[in-house]
Design a protein around this ligand. Sequence first.
Ligand SMILES: [Fe+2]
Length: 318
Amino acid sequence: MQNEYIPIALSTIQPNTCTGCNLYIKIRADADIRYVLYCSGNNALKEDKIKELLYKQINYLFINQSEEKLYLRYMESQLKEVIHDPSIDANVKSKMVYNVAKSIMIDIFNDPRAGDNVDRSKNWVANTVEYVLNNKDATSTMLNMVSHDYYTYTHCVDVSVLGLLFAKYLRLDGKEMNNFGTGLLLHDIGKTQINLGTLNKNGKLSEVEYAEIKKHVEFAHEILNDLGGLNEDSFYPVLQHHEKLNGKGYPKGLKGNEIHDYGKIATIIDVYDALTTKRPYSDARKPFPALQIMKELMDEHFDEVYFRSFVAFLGSRG
Ligand SMILES: [Fe+2]
């Protein structure tokens, strides 16, 4: 029973707004814990109710797990307000930024051709860029959110978060961060068109299977072209994140400076995230061994200057 309810920070609810999901308070009576409806989903949580809760030192409300999606859609709509609210702790903000991205990506992977996919991605990136640029604790708290479980949608979120934090470290401006980050978030959308058995195969891929996986780049290009609304610079991380500096990557086998800076950085982050994430066929590596593998076994794949900066960025935690 208890596991059916999940806590949400009261600070994330804007006064006088409807969350869309029922909000409960936790009541302890002797050994029993009960969840009592406090505000139903189609009613706004009034400011005086929030004040009353805070007065009683109740900082968390609860939602039923089955309504988590509704809460995340609400959070997505309130992200800007939350990010700019100085009273909300950076840990709470980072968790929300991360969970909203995960929710968006789950929807996109379920329905890659939905008309609002590009807008939702761009909005999330725009809010995250503002957050990362204007909050001194954003980098450390966001890095803590990066997950080590492997799902393609989590990988997309992690690559985008790492990329945006690294882009700040490289002093890209806000517009560049937006274009780069949106491309990173959507870089693997083409994997929705690949057979799941092949994608998650536990073991060596046959030549045919590898050729199929490689097609995810073209599929992504096609889906994003059809959807429209994406800045042309956002296509570089999508189209070039498997290109290698020595020309042995795919889909085009581009070499050196034929690869755009966004492509060079995307390749580094894509590989780093894959190595530090638990996969169907390997355990997660710690950052240092992952960077060591990249340096020793894949040296010719990466742009040296960006790779060194990336190592320095991780060492500094931003
Ligand atoms: Fe990929």
